[in-house]
Write a protein that binds this ligand. Structure first.
Ligand SMILES: Cc1cc2nc3c(=O)[nH]c(=O)nc-3n(C[C@H](O)[C@H](O)[C@H](O)COP(=O)(O)OP(=O)(O)OC[C@H]3O[C@@H](n4cnc5c(N)ncnc54)[C@H](O)[C@@H]3O)c2cc1C
Length: 222
């Protein structure tokens, strides 16, 4: 199995429970925006505790970037990642994953499920090809929205926020529904992209099927 040991260069807090990690990029390493890789911490006790994380930077960046939601109360890998400092090392694998850009469409994300779309949007934006894509982004509160300003800057009015536990001007309340989608998406015959926590994936696939959308044509990692 191909593995690379990479040093953490920079860590930045993005929300109350999300951090951005920038790490060394191995020579010649490339990925398709939307792909992920296995990540572990390079220490004897933690090397086998591997989880998948999505590349959120651009291929042309001189570093690799991960945007990671931390669960400090839970004894998983992210609790350990939360303790790391620049100079510590990660072990990463080769890129993999089913999410990649297949053309203009509707992106539906929940929480940290934004990460593959962040990579895709940044890549399209850098190439001036983002127009015509629309994001429906579900979170509990405004404080949970990852990189809201950057997403607004890239997507403008094609950035639609839905909050389940807060009411605020300019944000829809509740959950993403078929009615909301029909009202705020001009065309449902475009590509669909879906990424979020398991319960959201379940309700969103049900909702899309109810709208007559062929789930085999929906881009998602299940
Ligand atoms: C292809 C792919 C790409 C991914 N990309 C990203 C990414 O870019 N960014 C990102 O943040 N995550 C991403 N994930 C999720 C990530 O791999 C981990 O599942 C997540 O970070 C949790 O890891 P953990 O070791 O901390 O928790 P684990 O021990 O693996 O726990 C599993 C799940 O338990 C749940 N949990 C949390 N706290 C508790 C608790 N107190 N009690 C019970 N259950 C709890 C969480 O929902 C968690 O996902 C991706 C997953 C896949 C499959």
């Amino acid at each position: 199995m191909t593995e690379y040991i990479v040093k953490i260069q920079h860590i930045e807090r993005l929300t109350h429970d999300v951090k951005r990690f920038r790490v060394e990029k191995p020579a010649g390493y490339t990925f398709t925006p939307g792909q992920a890789t296995g990540v572990a911490i390079n220490s004897p006790e933690l090397r086998k505790k591997r989880r998948s994380f999505t590349f959120t930077g651009l291929n042309q960046d001189p570093f690799l970037e991960f945007t990671i939601k931390l669960y400090p109360e839970h004894d998983g890998l992210t609790k350990e990642l939360d303790r790391l400092v620049p100079g510590d090392e990660l072990v990463i694998g080769i890129p993999w994953g089913a999410i990649n850009y297949k053309g203009r469409g509707i992106f539906i994300a929940g929480g940290a499920g934004i990460t593959p779309f962040l990579a895709i949007f940044r890549d399209l934006h850098a190439r001036n090809e983002l127009a015509g894509n629309r994001l429906f982004y579900a979170n509990k509160t405004r404080g949970d929205i990852i990189l809201e300003e950057e997403l607004r800057g890239m997507l403008g009015d094609d950035f639609i926020n839905i909050l389940s536990r807060e009411e605020a001007d300019g944000y829809f309340s509740g959950h993403i529904s078929g009615e909301l989608l029909k009202k705020h998406a001009d065309d449902l015959s475009v590509q669909f992209y879906l990424c979020g926590p398991p319960d959201m994936m379940k309700s969103m696939t049900g909702m899309l099927a109810g709208l007559g959308i062929d789930l085999k044509a929906v881009t998602m990692d299940l």
